[in-house]
Design a protein around this ligand. Structure first.
Ligand code: DC
Length: 225
């Protein structure tokens, strides 16, 4: 049996984490959600009110304990021993995470954790720079996209919010702003790897996306279950 590395990158709310978790379950792999690590650091910086100047920010970062704890086929993130739970995905954390994740020291910290945990294979890792920087030799790289409106609509549904035209366009604008920030930073920007398979999920349901990726994974040597 071959345990390959599957990298799934793409813009915000393109369905990466849900898809990655399901693909991992089908293949009997682990799912590493890199965004949660950036969110964990962002949450700590917010609640501890870290100074923004580089030297002092990096000192706080060096003092922070950040761990991945296996739970089933996924992980939870422990920040100084605490699971921040829903605070990781709160609007406040989402609004700050692009700025924090653009810092090179933050990226180095997350990179080493991901490589230590996933480098041996048998993993589906999702994020923005997984196929380009974290696991550039991953056997399968997927770039997942969907229209901004569809991503906005899915995000509202996920959060149990009203899905009016106005709410969708506001959410789409927030996502587009985060994508622009994530794509334009100098440290490991959101970028499609040249050897990635692009999957546009705008008109696909979740099951179809999972089946397509599992089938590509089999072509690359993964065995199911
Ligand atoms: O996937 P997500 O929305 O939970 O990610 C949150 C933020 O973390 C995203 O706006 C950019 C950053 N991120 C990153 O820079 N690199 C990754 N590999 C994953 C996430």
């Amino acid at each position: 049996m071959t345990d390959i590395i599957i990298a799934i990158d793409g813009p915000a709310a393109s369905g990466k984490s849900t898809t990655a978790a399901r693909v991992a379950r089908v293949l009997g792999y682990n799912h590493l959600n890199s965004g949660l690590l950036y969110r964990g650091i962002t949450w700590a910086a917010m609640v501890e009110d870290w100074p923004s100047d580089e030297t002092r920010f990096n000192r706080s970062l060096a003092d922070l304990s950040l761990e991945l704890e296996r739970v089933g086929s996924g992980y939870r993130v422990l920040v100084d021993g605490v699971d921040p739970g829903v605070n990781l995905v709160s609007p406040a954390t989402s609004a700050r995470v692009s700025e924090v994740s653009a810092r090179p020291e933050v990226r180095d910290r997350v990179l080493s954790l991901l490589r230590a945990e996933g480098g041996h294979g048998g993993v589906v890792c999702d994020g923005r720079d997984i196929g380009t920087v974290v696991f550039p030799t991953a056997e399968l790289k997927i770039f997942l996209i969907a229209s901004a409106e569809e991503r906005g609509r899915r995000r509202l549904l996920d959060h149990g919010l009203e899905v009016s035209d106005e709410a969708v366009s506001q959410e789409a604008a927030r996502l587009a702003a985060r994508d622009a920030a994530d794509s334009s930073r100098s440290a490991s920007p959101l970028r499609e790897a040249p050897d990635a398979v692009r999957v546009d999920t705008t008109e696909m349901d979740a099951g179809e996306v999972v089946r397509r990726i599992v089938s590509l994974a089999r072509d690359r040597g993964a065995t199911v279950g």
